[in-house]
Design a protein around this ligand. Structure first.
Ligand SMILES: C[S@@+](CC[C@H](N)C(=O)[O-])C[C@H]1O[C@@H](n2cnc3c(N)ncnc32)[C@H](O)[C@@H]1O
Length: 281
């Protein structure tokens, strides 16, 4: 496995950051601390635990995708791979291929699937969502991205998604964007350009894919965003976590706090987006 296909320094830096997260999460496992998912969660009832809301967010995406028997599923930015095990437990499909830019997360997910005798059905590749190396055009029924598309170079990602999907195939994202009024920020920083605005992202995907629905999930995700800040601070303060790992967690806590404030002020939007590849006329 090499990372030579990742040419963007921004993307490499994100991959390095998630490598650090994965290393620290694995070290915490030996202390009995489990953090299986890395998303803010979708709260549909007050009695759900944090992890239940994180599972719920994944299920919202997989449910909206309409995963069906016979489906070839490509899932990008799968974190530690827990969502692929969830998918295998809850849905019937033919083949799952996950893409991630963190080598450590690819290795961990591969190991976990093997432990559960699921390697025949679940496979994980190191590669960018924008490139999907080795995926044949028109071969994918469902493409999913749970809380990660804001890291992508979106024009490249949407174009590649449309190439790999079969006509009538679906792409579903749980996605965070900026409100249109903050569009000027895109000129100043690459990370803001990647996050994009509600309008700029829609313009970009509609060059390739048809919009089926866009659902505002701010109310369901907001409690988890603020809760995540506190969880990260607690985790980063553990004695086991030091040096670069600790700095990366603090950075994540800071950006998550910005998302929480942005959601509260209506400047940041969390949406569940369902797109479709046009069927041939
Ligand atoms: C916030 S985490 C979400 C993880 C997981 N989906 C979940 O819900 O727990 C973002 C994930 O996206 C991955 N990622 C970021 N940029 C990527 C890219 N360009 N291509 C593929 N994966 C990427 C990261 O390595 C990380 O695993």
């Amino acid at each position: 496995m090499t990372d030579t296909q990742i040419t963007s320094t921004v993307t490499r830096a994100i991959g390095d950051q998630y490598d650090e997260f994965q290393t620290s999460l694995e070290s915490l496992e030996s202390l009995g601390v489990q953090q299986k998912y890395l998303n803010y969660g979708f709260r549909s009832s007050a009695d759900q635990t944090y992890e239940e809301t994180q599972i719920q967010l994944c299920l919202e995406v997989f449910g909206a995708a309409g995963i069906a028997p016979g489906d070839a599923v490509v899932d990008v930015g799968f974190g530690s791979g827990e969502q692929s095990l969830l998918l295998a437990a809850k849905f019937d499909f033919k083949q799952y291929t996950g893409f991630n830019i963190s080598v450590n997360q690819v290795n961990y997910a591969t190991h976990r699937a093997a432990e559960r005798d699921l390697s025949y059905k679940l496979s994980y590749r190191h590669g960018e969502a924008e490139a999907l190396p080795g995926v044949a055009n028109g071969s994918v029924d469902k493409l999913t991205a749970v809380e990660c598309a804001f890291y992508f170079d979106r024009p490249r990602f949407y174009a590649r998604a449309a190439e790999v999907l079969r006509p009538g195939g679906r792409a579903v994202f749980a996605d965070i964007t900026l409100c249109n009024a903050l569009g000027f920020l895109r000129k100043f920083r690459e990370d803001f350009r990647r996050i994009g605005t509600v309008a700029s992202n829609r313009r970009a995907w509609e060059q390739h894919l048809v919009t089926k629905s866009v659902r505002d999930i701010n109310p369901e995700t907001r409690p988890g965003v603020q809760g995540t800040v506190f969880r990260i601070i607690k985790l980063a303060s553990m004695a086991h976590i030091t040096g670069k790992q600790r700095r990366e967690w603090w950075k994540m806590a800071f950006y998550t706090q910005l998302v929480a404030i942005g959601q509260l002020l209506g400047l940041v939007r969390y949406e569940l987006i369902v797109l479709e590849k046009k069927t041939a006329a």
